[in-house]
Ligand binder design. Structure first.
Ligand SMILES: N=C(N)NCCCC(=O)O
Ligand SMILES: [Zn+2]
Ligand SMILES: [Zn+2]
Length: 331
């Protein structure tokens, strides 16, 4: 089908090119892009670029997150153009596109990290906000490097069962358990606004927590979310972040394995997908400059449970970005 003739949901014919219209083209037809949005090469310019980073050479346990981005794209066929939770039609407010995948070397982590940073530089340099679909959590480091080049040190909200501030694994500096220690060492994070959310599970020792605190992180455990509720947690996080440029990194293993079985290092006792989505909606007024959703490993998934949760997570994040782009236009 010619992309120019594909029926799309596009309330304003001169506005953003919208997703393929699922009331006219069955949603399971054709190749998958995120939310059935146009590819980058089908539009003149993009406000939000959804980009895949199929890389998982940094994992410490189950591999397979290299297939995560495409699993999320497949699951995202069911997303619809109006988001009632944020009373927003995100793809009508801003040009959101699928920018394809970064070709990262699976045999050389250092080279892959450089390739990912360069690709992110290209996207951010074009003026777009970046919504990345991983890949394992290693990729957050080069993404943050690029974001900091543009915005300076950014506030970080890190949703994860794990701290990911360990020093090295088997002597390796760049792994999925170490990106945020590297990022603090490199001065690319605003250490007055760093939070982990969803933390739980056994650690190597108590020192892991004291080291993490010294780096500047605050912790909201998954039990805190359960006890205090999503709204109160979001309020507290929003106050801490203020109007700083914000990066949100979401390791899908922040969710309980019941909500996200398809991941490499699952831990019992996690958040529900409802809690995660509600916290994100509570952050809609934050200045979200870029985000990632990582660690979806479809080989361990069942019935696309994890990929569906990840696609809805990325949808809330792109909605927040689109709203802010629209608001900054009218400001
Ligand atoms: N899933 C991520 N990003 N990190 C987990 C590292 C946990 C470990 O192997 O000790
Ligand atoms: Zn994790
Ligand atoms: Zn992680």
């Amino acid at each position: 089908m010619n992309p120019n003739e594909t029926p799309r949901v596009q309330p304003d014919p001169n506005g953003p090119v919208g997703p393929v219209d699922s009331s006219l083209v069955p949603r399971y037809a054709g190749p998958a892009t995120f939310a059935r949005l146009p590819r980058l090469d089908e539009v003149d310019s993009a406000d939000v670029a959804v980009v895949g980073v199929p890389f998982d050479t940094g994992v410490s346990y189950r591999p397979g997150a290299r297939f995560g981005g495409n699993a999320i794209r497949e699951a995202s066929r069911l997303l619809r153009p109006y988001n009632p939770a944020q009373d927003t039609s995100p793809f009508a407010l801003a040009q959101v596109v699928d920018a394809g995948d970064v070709a990262a070397n699976p045999f050389n982590i250092n080279e892959a990290v450089e390739t990912i940073e360069a690709a992110a530089d290209g996207i951010l340099g074009s003026g777009a906000r970046m919504m990345t679909l991983g890949g394992d959590h290693t990729i957050a480091l080069p993404l943050l490097r690029s974001v900091a080049k543009k915005h300076g040190p950014v506030a970080l909200l890190h949703f994860d069962a794990h701290l990911d501030t360990w020093d090295t694994y088997f002597g390796a500096e760049y792994t999925h358990g170490t990106p945020f220690r590297r990022a603090v060492e490199e001065g690319i994070l605003d250490t007055s606004a760093l939070s982990h959310v969803g933390t739980r599970g056994p650690l190597y020792g108590k020192q892991d927590l004291t080291d993490d605190e010294k780096l500047g992180f605050g912790i909201v455990t998954s039990a805190d979310v359960y006890r205090r509720g999503a709204d109160e947690v979001a309020d507290q996080l929003r106050q801490r972040i203020g109007d700083r440029p914000l990066y949100i990194s979401i390791d899908i293993d922040c969710l309980d394995p019941a909500h996200a079985p398809g991941t490499g290092t699952p831990e019992a006792g996690g958040m529900t997908s409802r809690e995660l989505l509600e916290i994100l909606r509570g952050l809609a007024s934050c200045n979200l400059v870029s985000a990632d959703v990582v660690e979806v490993a479809p080989a361990y998934d069942h019935a696309e449970i994890t990929a569906v949760a990840a696609s809805h997570t990325a949808y809330e994040l792109t909605t927040i970005m689109s709203r802010q782009i629209a608001a900054s236009r009218t400001a």
